[in-house]
Design a binder for this molecule. Structure first.
Ligand code: 5GP
Length: 195
């Protein structure tokens, strides 16, 4: 039995741990293509161009926007991020599943274009927990933490547009749930290529 490629989108508020869950998921699952986004943000220490992101300048980013090279793109806290369209569409066409880890604005754009995708909302257990995480990861200024927390309240309201919600209380629990969602979606009759 062959089946269509499925697009999985993991998304949620800034600081909820999307990247950590994705990394942990890939340790237990190597049968999914992971899209590498383009960004105008400078690389952090240890990040590799083409692996973590394609690091490009704003001019190049906007040129690619004009050329319609992104499936979605968004300005996330003053930097641009975009999902390369060809990569995603080619793998899906070849029956491979694709995983995106993107912000909520981007996920909603993808939902408009590809409603058949599987949209997973990663939620913090509480706003207090998110505040703690943002402080502990040490990447953001106090001002930026406050901005992200304020945005989170509105972002939580977008959950209704998703198919699943996974509370990221413990990374292992969240990964177990995302893994189960992937397994279940692969068994769905509607994803089979019949006849
Ligand atoms: P970071 O700069 O910390 O790696 O990521 C910042 C935010 O951008 C995270 O919420 C991440 O999920 C999101 N992000 C990463 N790649 C993309 C993308 O291609 N499109 C969109 N819309 N968001 C992205």
């Amino acid at each position: 039995m062959t089946r269509k490629g499925i697009l999985f989108v993991i998304s949620g508020p800034s600081g909820v741990g999307k990247g950590t869950v994705r990394e942990a998921l890939l340790k237990v699952r190597d049968d999914i293509e992971v899209s590498v986004s383009a960004t105008t943000r400078p690389p952090r220490p240890g990040e590799i161009d083409g692996v973590d992101y394609f690091f490009i300048d704003r001019e190049t980013f906007m040129k690619r926007v004009k050329e319609n090279q992104f499936l979605e793109w968004a300005n996330v806290y003053s930097n641009y991020y975009g999902t390369p369209r060809e990569f995603v569409l080619n793998h899906l066409k070849n029956g491979r599943d694709v995983l995106l880890e993107i912000d909520i604005q981007g996920a909603l754009q993808v939902k408009q274009k590809m409603p058949e995708g599987v949209f997973i909302f990663l939620s913090p257990p509480s706003i207090e927990d998110l505040a703690k995480r943002l402080c502990q990861r040490g990447k953001d200024s106090q001002e930026s933490i406050e901005e992200r927390l304020a945005a989170c309240t509105q972002e939580m309201e977008q959950m209704i547009y998703y198919d699943y919600v996974v509370v990221n209380d413990q990374v292992e629990n969240a990964v177990t749930k995302v893994n189960a969602i992937i397994t279940a979606e692969r068994c769905r009759i509607k994803n089979l290529e019949l006849g």
